[in-house]
Design a protein. Structure first.
Lengths: 363, 396
């Protein structure tokens, strides 16, 4: 239990976290229809730069979580203010992702069930996972990553009869603005939300390898996302633009010899599992951050409080589903940029200028 | 005290676990099989009133719990698949289907829908709006086969099948069987949607009609309807359809009648592949290069001239080549005459030559009329069956 998270565990947890966002591919396809694979590659390059910032922070403050880093870099009072901003961000991510899951289930699987039932069940299970601690949560990251990759490859293999390489053409014909927006969305939404893993650094066995775990996980997760995007584009071509959940629509097309049909339910299972993993990690980050800021001994009773807040807020953030879609496509990336890029860069610069450095033992 | 605390803890854990299990069962959204009317076929027709459509659902009693036909053994494990066609008329597809709930004892469930038959009147008016519900509904699937009916679609669903259990089954299986002739395309809703959202490509949809053979009605699938801008503009007959399918690389099997030196032979297509490449000549003219590679075999021959003889084979192949080329050329001319880009040429141009595409896309109709085709057909002989010479007395 107190062994510490191994580097490989964290790496695969990061990749599982990133793959959970395959549900959000619609935002990317809307802008760079058939060139989305390019946006992913560009986004990976940008994310690697951002992750380098996180790695630099982790190296300067080995074994510290985000809160301690802020305290060390900015001083006690300003550091708390910055930490409060991070807490707000983690909580908002938590709400958005829970909302993603509940709207997915409501639309596709259980349309008549009151959505609060789904959210309560889901949050309950995530809370349970958080209660068992950081180390046990990251244990099944590798399993999930392999399951997802296997499912995607299998689905892709079964869809070979629809694959048409010409769907990727014409290349490079969209206005530059679209590529930039697509890359921005892709960088912020799935790839760089791994900021919350910094809250897990104090639990690592080898604190020096934190940066390596992040970048390795980023590459693996991005590779899986790339596979998904390539498969979607090659199968659907232009039809991606009109689908509201392109990846799911592609999974529905599987029909091999009239025996292997209706396999999209496998994809739905996997997606729920991935979202559970993602929300657990975000939940843990939020709860751990609040506990550290308030200097509480343990975060256990915060779990229920945050859980209840999640249930309430995820139902009331948006009035309508289309607001959620508009938010995802327009403002979400910019909102995330502040917390993911701006704040860590400012933190790093401040730390370098003030020559701050600190080592902290776990918890 | 400690054991009481332990017991309380365990009890709470049990209660919580049980409530989670019950909650996750999804009982609220349960759908029992005997509360669903499972739709196997759909027909969409134009109604008499302006702006209204009639939707006919072919519902089968799969659970075997409904009324059974006289004489059909119940409880012997045999599923009674009697079917029922329910129609309703109204303005929007979703509205019409919702309205059916007044007369149905079971909820409509379209996830097992196999065919959508569109009546000719509605096809000529436009299908985009009617198909919106089927593409949008979370229950609907895109693997549905689409047909255009000559006359009313609901009549096709009423035709009593000879070998199959339901007319929808009959339709789907006939479509699959006629794949051996390649004289009608096999189109799913996915293919049709791809055509509908493309700016230039026209879709083709197989035609189904009722053929009277010896006073009995039979469903017949052949030829295709051409859709431009969501509306049906023309019909192509068997041979023209096959020509178009050659260009679309969808011919895998088929048979030709070829006349060589007085002997009429049926040449079977065993394998076929075609490649289409656009080429822009220096004078700006767009040329379509169609290359067909096929493996053919001798099916049968009426006459003495031995087409299996290796010295005679080249002649037979030459005639086959000529026949295929003629078929493709006829189809291409017809397609140009009705000005419908069923071969996906616009998309091809957009993908390969985007600059030229930008120039011509606004007046695509005129550009399409000027396109020329260069057709090359390469044939290889595959085999001639079990006999080497025709059933005539040999010389000597």
């Amino acid at each position: 239990m107190s062994e510490g998270i191994r580097t490989k565990q964290l790496m695969f947890s990061v990749s599982a976290f990133i793959t959970a966002s395959s549900i959000l591919t619609k935002n990317l396809y809307a802008f760079t229809v058939q060139d989305s694979w390019m946006a992913i590659i560009l986004a990976v390059i940008t994310s690697l730069i951002i992750v380098a910032v996180y790695a630099a922070l982790a190296n300067r403050f080995p074994g510290c979580s985000l809160i301690e880093i802020n305290d060390a870099a900015f001083g006690p009072i300003l550091g708390k203010a910055v930490s409060a901003m991070y807490i707000f961000y983690f909580l908002s991510l938590l709400y958005f992702n829970t909302l993603d899951l509940s709207s997915f289930i409501k639309e596709i699987i259980l349309p008549n069930t009151p959505v609060i039932m789904t959210i309560v069940m889901f949050v309950f299970i995530c809370a349970w996972a958080v209660r068992t601690g950081a180390e046990s949560m990251t244990r099944y990251g590798a399993l999930l990553t392999f399951i997802v990759t296997g499912t995607i490859l299998l689905n892709g293999f079964l869809l070979l009869k629809y694959v048409n390489i010409r769907n990727f053409l014409p290349m490079f014909t969209k206005p530059i603005k679209n590529y930039l927006i697509g890359t921005h969305i892709m960088t912020m939404l799935p790839l760089s939300e791994i900021l919350c893993f910094i809250m897990l650094f104090p639990y690592m066995k080898q604190k020096k390898d934190a940066g390596k775990a992040l970048s390795g996980g980023l590459l693996i997760g991005a590779a899986v996302l790339f596979l998904i995007v390539v498969r979607d584009i090659s199968v659907m071509g232009n039809v991606i633009q009109i689908a509201s959940r392109p990846t799911f629509m592609v999974a529905r097309l599987v029909d091999v010899g009239e025996v292997l049909t209706r396999l999209e339910i496998i994809y739905a299972f996997i997606l729920i599992a991935m979202l559970f993993f993602k929300v657990s990690i975000l939940y843990f980050s939020a709860v751990s951050a609040i506990a550290r800021v308030l200097k509480l001994e343990s975060y256990t009773y915060l779990i229920v409080i945050i859980g209840v807040l999640t249930v309430i807020y995820s139902m009331s953030i948006f009035d309508a589903a289309y607001e959620h879609a508009i938010w995802n496509m327009t403002a979400a990336a910019t909102y995330s940029t502040f917390f993911i890029v701006l704040l860590p860069v400012v933190t790093l610069l401040t730390a370098v200028i003030r020559k701050a450095s600190r080592t902290e033992t776990s918890l | 005290m400690k054991t009481l605390k332990n017991a309380c803890k365990r009890l709470t854990a049990c209660i919580v676990a049980l409530s989670v299990v019950f909650g996750l069962g999804g009982c609220y959204d349960r759908r029992e099989l005997n509360t669903l009317s499972i739709v196997f076929g759909t027909a969409i027709d134009k109604a008499d009133k302006k702006g209204e459509t009639t939707i006919t659902f072919q519902i089968a009693d799969v659970g075997g719990e409904g009324k059974s036909e006289k004489g059909s053994p119940k409880g012997s494990g045999q599923m009674s698949t009697q079917y029922l066609n329910i129609s309703n008329t109204g303005k929007n597809a979703n509205n019409i289907i919702r309205d059916m709930d007044h007369i149905l004892s079971r909820e409509v469930y379209i996830a097992h829908n196999q065919v959508i038959v569109i009546g000719e009147d509605l096809a000529r008016e436009g299908v985009r709006d009617s198909l919106d519900f089927f593409a949008r509904s979370p229950e609907g699937r895109l693997n549905v086969y689409i047909f255009v009916a000559r006359g009313k679609g609901s009549d096709i669903l009423e035709t009593e099948p000879k070998l199959e259990k339901m007319p929808s089954d009959d339709l789907v299986r006939t479509l699959m069987v006629q794949k051996r002739t390649s004289e009608a395309p096999i189109i799913t809703e996915f293919d049709l949607i791809k055509g509908l959202i493309s700016k230039t490509t026209c879709s083709i949809v197989p035609i189904v009609y009722i053929k009277e053979i010896e006073d009995k009605e039979n469903v017949c699938v052949e030829g295709c309807a051409v859709f431009k801008d969501g509306k049906m503009i023309a019909e192509l007959d068997k041979k023209e359809t096959r020509g178009v399918l050659w260009i679309r690389n969808e011919v895998k099997n088929g048979a030709f009648l070829v006349d060589v030196e007085g002997t009429k032979a049926t040449v079977e297509i065993r394998e076929a592949r075609s490649k289409v490449k656009p080429e822009i000549r220096d004078d700006g003219k767009i040329v379509l290069k169609i290359q067909v590679n096929a493996m053919v075999g001798l099916g049968d021959q009426y006459g003495k001239f031995n087409l299996s003889d290796p010295t005679n084979i080249p002649e037979g192949l030459k005639m086959t080549e000529r026949a295929i080329r003629k078929e493709i050329r006829n189809a291409f001319n017809k397609v140009k005459a009705i000005n419908a880009d069923v071969i996906g040429f616009g998309d091809c141009l957009r993908q390969r030559y985007p600059k030229k595409w930008e120039q011509v896309k606004d007046h695509w109709d005129e550009t399409f009329k000027d396109i020329e085709a260069e057709i090359t057909v390469k044939i290889k002989a595959d085999g001639n069956g079990r006999i080497d010479t025709p059933l005539h007395p040999s010389q000597g």
